[in-house]
Write a protein that binds this ligand. Structure first.
Ligand SMILES: Cc1ncc(C[n+]2csc(CCOP(=O)(O)OP(=O)(O)O)c2C)c(N)n1
Ligand code: SF4
Length: 333
């Protein structure tokens, strides 16, 4: 298809059933319009699949396959192998939520990358299982309220750290992996275009705010995703063959509270002393990202020591929290 026609012909059309302000719908519109309709899309089960394919209707104007929750990368690998066998070339693109990437889809994704399939895997990360009613995933940050990590007397929300999936993916030494979000379209565009120009397995991790699950004003999805970057909680990175090759540096670091206070999923943290400890942990995690990826020129000794202590050794699967009141740390949310 001619490129100008491709832009008039959105791959993901209007009239789908996403909630207003859905970051995943915005991200998918941006990514698929950059790739265009001459591609084969494989969609894992999740919000994006459900809100675009309701009752025998579809919002997709491109070849599109629904896979089950766990195996989108395996389906894509099969499609890519079949195309190769038939001597055809066309981008093969997986779209999946964080549940379909970090959790249930991780094994197929790892195998697809390890076997070197020529597939672009895009994860729209809204940090929980949204389609089934906001259950915690391994991408949910600690301290978050979900239906399976409710805050209460013994708990301040989810106990465990958000899984560092980009490092897990990078450990496969694949040609290209990057993080992006809807607030920085030129950055997202550059990354999609770069990924399309590379052969082999590629991975794009797109933070996609969900007004329903994050409980923020639906007009603020872009603001919220920008603050995730500006606080250091979600660094924008590029990795090639396992090496860090690009970071988006920050002019200044915003305090995590600016990000947290816009979202009802963190609201309970501001009501108790223990909750405020979790806020400090989230700040420490952001500070650890700033230092690890060199997002700012300067840092202080104190910040670094505290960040390394609480973010890397004092949380989640590593050890019991030591800086807040003693409490039980369980597996699962
Ligand atoms: C094997 C299996 N387990 C559970 C489900 C139910 N299920 C459907 S979508 C979904 C959550 C999807 O979460 P995610 O991948 O993060 O996408 P989101 O809906 O948040 O965009 C779950 C648990 C399923 N379809 N298949
Ligand atoms: S629940 Fe969240 S991810 Fe799903 S359609 Fe609504 S805003 Fe989008």
């Amino acid at each position: 298809m001619d490129k100008r026609d491709a832009f008039r012909h959105n791959v993901l059309t209007s009239g789908h059933r996403a909630c207003s302000g859905c970051g995943e719908a915005m991200a998918a519109r941006m990514v698929t319009d950059l790739i265009g309709p001459d591609a084969i899309y494989i969609n894992a089960t999740g919000c994006l699949q459900v809100f675009t394919t309701h009752n025998q209707q579809t919002a997709w104007q491109a070849p599109w396959i629904h896979s089950v929750f766990a195996n989108a990368a395996a389906v894509a690998a099969g499609v890519e192998a079949a195309m190769r066998a038939r001597g055809k070339e066309m981008p093969v693109v997986v779209q999946a939520g964080d549940g379909g990437t970090f959790d249930i889809g991780l094994q197929c994704l790892s195998g697809m990358i390890e076997r070197g399939h020529d597939v672009l895997f895009v994860c729209y990360d809204n940090e929980a299982y949204m389609n089934t009613g906001v259950q915690r995933s391994s991408s949910t940050p600690h301290g978050v309220r979900t239906t399976t990590s409710p805050p209460g007397r013994l708990s301040q929300g989810k106990h465990h750290l958000k899984k560092d999936v980009i490092s897990i993916i990078a450990a496969h030494h694949l040609p290209y992996a990057a993080t992006a979000t809807i607030a920085y379209f030129p950055d997202l565009k550059a990354k999609v275009e770069k990924a399309l120009g590379i052969k082999g397995p590629r991975f794009l991790h797109v933070l996609s705010p969900c007004p329903l699950g994050w409980a923020h004003d639906s007009a603020l999805s872009v603001t919220v995703s920008r603050l995730a970057v500006e606080t250091g909680l979600f660094p924008l990175l590029e990795l090639e063959h396992g090496d860090l090759t690009g970071v988006m540096r920050l002019a200044e670091q915003k305090p995590v509270q600016e990000y947290l206070r816009l979202q009802g999923r963190f609201k309970h943290l501001f009501n108790t002393k223990q909750g405020m400890e979790e806020v400090r942990h989230l700040q420490a995690l952001a500070d650890a990202h700033i230092r690890h990826y060199g997002l700012l020129e300067a840092d202080t000794e104190w910040d670094t020591r505290r960040a390394m202590h609480s973010a890397r050794h004092g949380r989640g699967g590593y050890a019991q929290v030591t800086v807040s009141a003693p409490r039980e740390v369980k597996n699962g949310g």
